[in-house]
Design a protein around this ligand. Sequence first.
Ligand code: FE
Ligand code: FE
Ligand code: ZN
Length: 303
Amino acid sequence: MIIGSHVSFGKEQLLGSVKEAISYGANTFMFYTGAPQNTLRKSIDENLSKEARKLMKENDIDINNVICHAPYIINLANNDESKYNFSITFLKGEVTRCEDLGIKYLVLHPGSSVGLDRNIALDNIVYALNQVLKSETKIMILLETMAGKGTEIGRSLEEIKYIINNIIEKGKIGVCIDTCHLNDAGYNIKEFDNFLDEFDKVVGINYIKCVHVNDSKNDINTHKDRHANIGYGTLGFNTILNVITNTRLKDVPKILETPYIGEHDEDKERIYPPYKFEIEMLRNGIFNENLLEDIRNYYKNLK
Ligand code: FE
Ligand code: FE
Ligand code: ZN
């Protein structure tokens, strides 16, 4: 199983990400090239990238399974002039950063229509992506399936299909399915094989290049997008285990984006990453009822 989590990309850039992934026992990971909610970016340090690639090799992390995620504030759906052009330019920069790092996949939220007709918003996304994806582009952009919060585009497989259908460079576009988002968008992934059949009919299963593995705090079709820890949401441990062990997605990287565990300790609020424990639990295939306590105890004893 190719499984990892969201990790940070700090002072040590990709090298820091690799070290964090290794600390979770992961064999892949996903990072943002800076804060996910802003577009301030430092240039890529090739020395750190080299060291990162070496460390990946030593730890059996295949760089072809590593994922980059574009920041949320890129919006290719709304053509409000300055923001639209900024989003396109920034996305081109992200593509270049991925190419410099040697990363193959860049996950992107398709965008939000805001005040626009959804069909126009879809065409805006298509136009923008065709500006970014050229024959010489070395990476693939993965459209993430969205929960449908607010005016998000990408809440249905038909919208994803529409975008893909209109991309000129077909080999450079793929899909990242997110279990929380699919549930919140109204897809029943408790019957995951049925869902995959539908996905295959509408989009084509071979377009799936990444799975975001999250439980959901909300019921199906609520369009909320609030992630829960594995087994602590409405999907439940077995549903998620079933998704990530499905043989049809065997070679697809699985990435956890579950929330950090909070704790009130010595009058301070602390938060701990759940990933080491969630990865272990999913590899074992057995739900750990004491997961949250185990995480708190582990990180408490570390400091
Ligand atoms: Fe995302
Ligand atoms: Fe996601
Ligand atoms: Zn989400």
